[in-house]
Design a protein around this ligand. Structure first.
Ligand SMILES: CC(C)(COP(=O)(O)OP(=O)(O)OC[C@H]1O[C@@H](n2cnc3c(N)ncnc32)[C@H](O)[C@@H]1OP(=O)(O)O)[C@@H](O)C(=O)NCCC(=O)NCCS
Length: 215
């Protein structure tokens, strides 16, 4: 349910927000995200070094939105995004793929080729990379608002489509009413043995999806 968000301020993130972002993810992302839990990757350090590179790229992109609690330094939530050409979208997870990182391997399996964007005559895409809301601010519509603001900003900057890979069914619940549709899905039960995903820790999110929306 959407709630009162007057105690937070939204802003476009910059590279100076890296430390706060890492703290938020370490405290509020990994142990609540079903895939990270099932892959036993519970901190930025336990991920691929590529994650730090990707977070920094998002912060430098000018299309990542943060929310800070009024009067405090604490980040209440982030949507870390980057701006990609269609060529970059199709190679994002094949170039520099860290095969020891289970989550990145799943994202690589879910990545969409450029054809789907070429068919829609799209050239610049908002890549919605990491969504996280601090537990003290959850279930007040903050994630939905971060997504809406990301889409608005990206459209203003000339992006023609947005894409997201949902590793938590809550994200799908937020994206569908905003017009996202599924272009690819992966049943994690079919790759769990191969990748080392502990299905008993996965919770309800067995189907991960690549979703897109025209802006
Ligand atoms: C997923 C996450 C970002 C949601 O943030 P949030 O600010 O609490 O979400 P919102 O308040 O905008 O809720 C959006 C919808 O999801 C539902 N929802 C949120 N948390 C939920 C939960 N734990 N269980 C079930 N539904 C939930 C809300 O009820 C709302 O639906 P409604 O409007 O029909 O009631 C947050 O739980 C989180 O950071 N999780 C860990 C990291 C993660 O998995 N990120 C997503 C990766 S794809």
């Amino acid at each position: 349910m959407s709630g009162d968000l007057q105690d937070v301020q939204f802003f476009v993130m910059t590279p100076g927000d890296y430390e706060d972002t890492e703290t938020l993810l370490n405290n509020h992302f990994f142990r609540r995200n079903p895939l990270s839990v099932a892959a036993k990757q519970l901190s930025v350090e336990s991920f691929s070094p590529q994650l730090v590179v990707d977070i920094k790229k998002c912060l430098a992109s000018g299309v990542s939105i943060g929310a800070r609690a009024n009067g405090a330094k604490t980040l209440a939530g982030v949507f870390l995004n980057s701006s990609l050409s269609v060529d970059e979208i199709s190679t994002k997870y094949t170039v520099n793929l860290d095969t020891s990182c289970i989550v990145y391997r799943v994202l690589e399996m879910l990545s969409t080729g450029e054809q789907v964007f070429n068919d829609m005559k799209v050239q610049r895409v908002l890549d919605l990379f990491t969504l996280c809301v601090h537990e003290d601010f959850e279930r007040r519509g903050l994630a939905r608002t971060l997504l809406e603001k990301s889409l608005l900003l990206a459209k203003e900057q000339g992006h023609q489509a947005a894409c997201v890979q949902t590793t938590n069914s809550i994200t799908e619940k937020i994206c569908v009413p905003l017009g996202f549709h599924t272009v690819k899905s992966l049943d994690l039960t079919t790759v769990s043995d191969d990748l080392g995903i502990d299905l008993s820790l996965l919770g309800g999110t067995r189907l991960v999806k690549a979703m897109i929306k025209l802006l």
